[in-house]
Design a protein around this ligand. Structure first.
Ligand code: UD1
Length: 419
């Protein structure tokens, strides 16, 4: 087991380059199973979730050639759904995308009930509702989800909630269906647009991704023979923006899309930090104590739930009392117990938490409870006086590429230590 040891208290300064988006990559890899041909995917983040996904699609029959640590050539001409992948699919949540892509490609799709971060109840009823509307039958039993179909026919589907996963999964299932599928109240996150762009590059006909209504006109075949580069990671970008503010530093973030971070930028300006964007760079700096703010997480373009814990660190040391309302995940405040071990004064109850700002955090041993909680602790460790040890860092490695190298490059005294 490894842990991260951080000697904090130094403002993070310098520049850092953002990797490809985890949440796009873990949808694009299964999306590639819809292609009856060969394609190249570049700018894949070098993270454990991507490596696991590649292993899964390899076990389904795809031939993979790594060109370098970020680029693969995928030959998906022969794909077969087998039970061998079930245990692997249980390991993370995004394996549910195999249901949509395998169902689009063949008559049976089967995954183990998806695992992933423990953020509270994570139902997939909307995914199932979508598959059924297209003509599939879905069975959930013995810890597996099995979708079968004779043929899939386009339909109009209204999502009760703008679910990211359901939007992408229904898109995947309908790309090769007969006729037109309409997803109403679709989610609009940047990686939904990226998956649609990938599929369209490979021969699909998807319109409206990034708006509330997505229309998918079924095509006969995706032929591939194209290259695609994964969009920069919105959440990694935001993590560095918040690290700059929490440590009173000055970070220029390269290879990012500032439009994807508008809600975060607005909050940072509100609390007194500085943000400047130009081209594919964002510079964030802060030389004074930030002030309180209230945050409510919402689907895109609202404040992302995946940056809520990192923002929580900033508010924990801001002047005044702040409130965060978490409207997406019911158990996303587990990190606040860890921050309190570092001297924060946070009271979390249900879906809201009150942050009484303290002047300083102090290093302590802390436990990463999920991916973004881990990122928050990393930022807290950099901002704190003294030494912080972060345990359970496999959560962080699921979604952040070479994280300690990137933080070290910004001046952080951080080591990965074998326990
Ligand atoms: C994705 C992201 C995750 C992020 C989340 C919200 C990936 C791999 N993960 O997760 O990092 O935190 O979006 O931005 O992209 N819901 C239902 N029924 C469903 C599906 C969802 O009730 O069938 C509810 C969930 O319980 C939750 C809300 O909808 O309260 C949002 O879920 P969703 O947008 O689907 O999140 P994920 O796709 O799982």
């Amino acid at each position: 087991m490894e842990k991260l040891v951080i000697k904090g208290g130094t403002p993070l300064k310098g520049s850092v380059t953002v990797s490809g988006a985890k949440n796009a990559a873990v949808a694009i890899l299964p999306a590639a199973l819809l292609i009856d041909g060969v394609c190249t995917i570049d700018n894949l983040p070098n993270i454990s979730d991507v490596k696991l996904y590649v292993k899964i699609i390899e076990s389904l029959g795809a031939k993979i050639e790594w060109k370098n640590e970020h680029e693969i050539v995928l030959d998906t001409r022969h794909i077969e759904c087998t039970d061998e992948t079930l245990d692997l699919t249980r390991k993370f949540r995004a394996s549910y995308y195999l249901l949509g892509s395998l169902l689009g490609r063949s008559k049976v799709a089967k995954v183990g009930s998806p695992g992933g971060c423990n953020l509270g109840s994570r139902p997939i009823d909307l995914h199932i509702k979508g598959f059924e509307a297209l003509g599939a039958t879905v069975d959930v039993s013995n810890g597996n989800i099995t979708a079968t179909r004779d043929k899939l026919v386009g339909n109009s589907i209204y999502l009760d909630f703008a679910s990211v996963g359901a939007t992408i999964n229904i898109m995947l299932a309908s790309v090769l269906a007969e006729g037109t599928t309409t997803i109403d109240n679709a989610a609009k996150e940047p990686h939904i647009v990226d998956v649609a762009n990938f599929l369209n590059t490979m021969g699909a006909d998807i319109r409206g991704a990034g708006t509330d209504i997505i229309k998918i006109h079924g095509v006969e075949k995706l032929t591939g023979n194209k290259s695609y580069s994964v969009v920069p990671d919105q959440i990694e970008t935001g993590t560095f923006m918040l690290a700059a503010v929490a440590t009173k530093g000055d970070i220029t973030i390269k290879n990012c899309i500032s439009k994807h971070l508008e809600s975060v930028t607005a909050k940072l300006l509100e609390i007194g930090a500085n943000v400047e964007s130009s081209g594919d760079e964002i510079r964030v700096w802060c030389d004074k104590r930030t002030s309180k703010a209230n945050i409510k997480t919402l689907p895109y373009p609202g404040f992302p739930t995946d940056l809520q814990p990192q923002m929580g660190v900033v508010l924990a040391i801001s002047d005044g009392t702040s409130i965060i309302n978490e409207s997406i995940w019911e158990s996303r405040f587990q990190y606040t117990n860890e921050l309190n071990k570092m001297g924060a004064k946070i009271t979390a109850q249900g879906k809201s938490a009150v942050f009484e700002g303290v002047e300083t955090l102090y290093g302590a041993p802390v436990y990463s409870t999920d991916l973004r909680a881990g990122a928050a602790l990393l930022i807290a460790g950099c901002a704190a006086q003294g030494t912080t040890e972060i345990y359970n860092i496999e959560h962080i490695d699921r979604g952040y590429e070479k994280i300690e190298e990137k933080f070290r490059q910004l001046g952080s005294n951080i080591q990965r230590v074998e326990e």
